[in-house]
Design a protein around this ligand. Structure first.
Ligand SMILES: Cc1cc2nc3c(=O)[nH]c(=O)nc-3n(C[C@H](O)[C@H](O)[C@H](O)COP(=O)(O)O)c2cc1C
Length: 168
């Protein structure tokens, strides 16, 4: 089975997952490892691992365009999100999968938390300065702080387990 790892990552969280995946899977079957811009269907991948970062509750735009163009392939999505409650992760994957044409086969995906950019800290600081009890501001603060250590070793261990499910 030939596979490709194609990913989009703005600040490195999803790139870190992609690197791990590349380390875990057997290299002799890998036909592509890199960003969306240089991938070609002519490489003949039977399985595409498509990595994304979460934007507006779905995959980022580059991944969205990439997914829309895939045909007759098996696809396993993986990614990171600033907020990673299980229901939300489920919803992110559903939103991302909705971009994939129906002649493809979508396999079980994986999403874990990733650190958010420092600008987010300014945002919740301003919200809490205005109202220290602002529930949204508090959630954003807690999520941001929790995210600073992610993806962490537990995320990578879960990701490895997920990835190893594809090795036969
Ligand atoms: C413009 C922008 C929009 C984002 N939207 C969301 C979102 O809707 N939900 C979420 O959980 N995280 C969101 N995030 C956080 C990123 O998805 C998260 O930090 C991710 O790990 C970034 O991955 P990367 O380091 O591979 O770029 C957003 C980040 C940016 C910069």
């Amino acid at each position: 089975m030939k596979y490709a790892i194609v990913y989009s990552s703005k600040t490195g969280n999803t790139a870190a997952l992609a690197d791990r995946l590349h380390d875990i899977l057997p290299h002799e079957h890998c036909v592509y490892f890199g960003d969306t811009s240089h991938y070609s269907p002519d490489l003949g991948a039977d399985l595409i691992f498509a990595g994304f970062w979460t934007d507006k509750g779905s995959c980022d735009d580059r991944t969205r365009v990439f997914l829309k163009n895939l045909q007759n392939t098996k696809i396993a999505l993986f990614g990171t999100a600033g907020y990673a409650a299980p229901d939300y992760i489920h919803s992110i994957l559903k939103q991302a999968e909705a971009n994939i044409p129906v002649n493809n086969t979508v396999l079980t995906g994986f999403v874990c938390q990733g650190k958010m950019q420092p600008a987010v800290a300014d945002k919740f600081a301003a919200m809490l300065e205005k109202d220290p009890e602002d529930a949204k501001g508090k959630l954003l603060r807690d999520t941001y702080q929790e995210g600073l250590s992610h993806p962490n070793e537990e995320d990578f261990a879960n990701f490895k387990k997920w990835a190893e499910g594809f090795i036969h």
